[in-house]
Design a protein around this ligand. Structure first.
Ligand code: GLC
Length: 475
């Protein structure tokens, strides 16, 4: 089967969050399972782009209303990621260091989607399935079906995978003229609450909708930033598929980014060395339990709870625990977290920003990982943590609910129900007691370490959906 994944992110080419990790891994495992898999993303100004060799396989001009942007399709020559990688180079719009956050993001991602389809239609083979990811690619299922110029590929099946339903890519009908010509009787597919809502368009028009965990699919029927009723109405073509993790990249036995490699058989010594290194780097006390947080500092992730929860826990367990934060986001939260450094020197530290190597060392060297998310469509950090023998402390929501079971129920982590400072601190108290009970602590840790979250199993579930929608066409 020929599968196209179209996305704004793909690790290690361009990553802001979990979307990048998933699009870097799922295609690799689909290719290994015998399919022809191609990943298409915009050509940003990134290290990966500069350090690898590309060949130009197509060029043209993308029309966005009255604007014309020259574009090229660049293929990475060696397929080193385990699939064919294509970058859509539109210099005027994408030759910039960041992935998102520009005033013309709507123009950027619309041009990307149109250029991608212009190229696909110019190839001499037609893919079986196009898997779109999040709102940046949500207009593709509409264009394929209704834009006159894509008539000859209109039967290509589409899936939209929702990694985060909070971001939806809204724009006004004043920009309708950006889209290639289509029969106006279909304009209703574009509309949601008087605007064009890219994510809603994808959900309406794709042949199948997937979310990145089963619980998240249930939750967005109740709360989805205004799209609840839409999710309800497409329930019969929707499925929640829990993400996997790339167990080659995330492997404590081979990871080059950590201080000492280890396995489930010798984790105590291995984790101790990593913890010592991490504690030395951040002036923490390696003899005390270490709680870490890795992620974006936003309300969605419970980032706003961290300053208060950390201060409370550190004062209640004065000198008895360490807390380390790696992340960036809301500047107020960043400032509060930075200020805390002055009060709890030796037991608390924060690194504002993101650093892939440091993230690996934190998973390897911590005892617990904190994930107090308000919304978590899947969450990968809890799975990375468990693989590295670090016990997750999570709020029961979305994918966290599907992957972490409280140790009170013979599980692999610590769970609470509210995204509140009190719940986080209560869980930290339980974690401190568990840490003192080494036999039980190790049992919980080992349950996490031995879980199978590999993509091999999961990627088959995507193939089943592709097969299902392809067959629907033939009936
Ligand atoms: C988004 C979600 C996260 C999910 C990831 C990959 O970043 O917020 O929960 O794990 O996408 O699907």
């Amino acid at each position: 089967m020929e599968i196209f994944h179209i996305s704004a992110e793909c690790y290690p080419v361009a990553k802001v969050g979990g979307l990048g990790d998933v699009v870097g891994a799922l295609p690799k495992y689909q290719q290994a399972a015998g399919h022809s898999v191609r990943v298409v993303l915009p050509c940003y100004e990134t290290k990966f782009k500069n350090e690898n060799d590309f060949e130009c396989v197509h060029w043209g001009t993308v029309e966005l209303g009255n604007y014309n942007f020259p574009f090229s399709v660049l293929k990475e020559k060696t397929d080193k990621l385990g699939f064919e990688l294509y970058l859509i180079e539109i210099n005027e719009l994408f030759n910039r260091p960041n992935i998102y956050g520009y005033e013309d993001d709507i123009e950027r991602f619309l041009s990307f989607q149109i250029a991608t389809l212009d190229w696909i239609i110019a190839r001499n083979t037609t893919p079986d399935v196009i898997n779109c990811h999040d709102h940046h690619t949500g207009i593709i299922p509409f264009l394929l079906q209704f834009a006159y110029k894509y008539e000859s590929i209109k039967n290509v099946k589409t899936v939209i995978t929702i990694h985060n339903g909070l971001y939806q890519g809204w724009f006004g009908f004043d920009k309708l003229y950006y889209l290639p010509k289509f029969d106006l009787k279909h304009v209703g597919f574009l509309e949601w609450s008087n605007s064009i809502n890219s994510l809603a368009v994808g959900i309406k028009c794709a042949n199948a909708v997937t979310t990145v965990s089963p619980s998240y699919l249930n939750e967005i029927n109740i709360s989805a930033n205004g799209l609840e009723s839409l999710f309800n109405s497409v329930r019969s073509k929707s499925k929640g598929i829990l993400n996997g993790i790339d167990i080659e990249v995330w492997n404590p036995m081979k990871d080059q980014m950590i201080e000492e490699n280890y396995s489930i058989d010798d984790f105590e010594a291995g984790k101790r060395k990593n913890k010592e290194k991490l504690c030395e780097q951040f002036e923490l006390d390696p003899s005390k339990p270490l709680f870490s947080f890795i992620g974006r500092l936003f309300e969605e992730k419970g980032g706003d709870l961290l300053p208060h929860a950390a201060a409370l826990a550190l004062s209640e367990h004065l000198g008895e625990i360490n807390i380390l934060i790696l992340g960036s986001g809301n500047s107020e939260i960043e400032t509060q977290l930075t200020q805390l450094r002055n009060d709890y020197k030796g037991n608390y530290n924060v690194f504002i920003g993101y650093n892939e190597d440091l993230a690996h060392l934190i998973y390897a060297g911590s005892d617990y990982i904190l994930m107090p998310s308000r919304v978590e469509p899947c969450g990968l950090n809890q799975m990375y943590a468990m693989r590295y023998g670090t016990i997750p402390i999570v709020r029961r929501t979305g994918g966290l609910r599907d992957t972490v079971i409280d140790f009170g129920d013979e599980g692999n982590g610590i769970c609470h129900d509210q995204a509140s400072v009190a719940d986080v601190c209560y869980s930290i108290n339980r974690a401190v007691r568990l840490y003192e009970d080494k036999i039980n602590f190790n049992k919980v840790l080992k349950r996490g370490m031995s879980a199978d979250h590999s993509w091999e199993r999961v990627c088959q579930e995507y193939i089943e959906i592709y097969n299902l929608i392809i067959q629907q066409n033939e009936i």
